[in-house]
Design a protein around this ligand. Sequence first.
Ligand code: MTE
Length: 299
Amino acid sequence: MPFRPDLRWSDVTPEALFLNRRQIIAGAAAAMVATPALARNKWSVDQTPNTFEEITGYNNFYEFGWGKEDPVTYAGALTTDPWSIEIGGMVDKPGRYDLADVTKGQTIEERIYRFRCVEAWSMVVPWHGFELAGLLNRVGVQSGAKFVAFETLLRPEEMPGQRDGSFPWPYVEGLRLDEAMHPLTILATGLYDRPMPNQNGAPIRLVVPWKYGFKSIKSIVKITLTDQMPPTTWNILQPQEYGFYANVNPEVDHPRWSQASERPIGGGLFGGRVDTLMFNGYGEHVAALYAGQDLAADY
Ligand code: MTE
């Protein structure tokens, strides 16, 4: 896959194509005060990102309901300021870190990543974020730690989906430590030069581009270093269908549908399905993490 270190979304997309007039007007004031100085990087893909409307209008965020438009409809009610993350377990500096403290000293970069949902749709998203490794190094991972567990906010008053008692709230996810320390793994705080929209996981969410989208947990309030493989929401719900690893893999089908191809969102009239790539196209960077592992067994 071609990676373009010098590429930003503004180089590949005329603004009029991704922002409609209403959003340009709404965004104009913010744009005048903040032109973020973003570091460029070697991890972005050379693909035109989806529009702002597509990325923020078609979401999975079950805390706000099961429909793809429930998050954009209901997530506005979520209070994201103040926000803090409790970092604990096998770390040298456990504690409750305010969001400003979490991002302190980290280099916020634009990362144009492919994003592949396990439901077989995909997008390309220009995230803003920083490497999770930067935060983990700052809090000091103790020897013996093997996994990182993440937890989303539990707040049923503002998240109507959480009033559904059949779901094991809060949403939880996890990574093996080497996956968490990989430079592709980011904590994202925005997209398209804007703070993270609520429906996309404000104010801070995980993005792991070589794994199915459900690994990329939103609105994180807790990070725990542990020596045990942590429970993960979809694995708890349907262990035969969703594993801990959840690497994008066209050769291992979901029990109820094929993973060999995907439907790019916004493909339009002539946009058909495209082949799904092993590790979502990031194999040259991450395949070595799984050397010797049977990825059909470790799905
Ligand atoms: N995180 C939380 N807390 N709750 C969720 O329902 N959905 C996951 C993931 N993170 C989810 C979540 C799934 S299934 C996907 S595909 C992605 O978020 C969707 O991210 P997006 O809406 O920004 O495209």
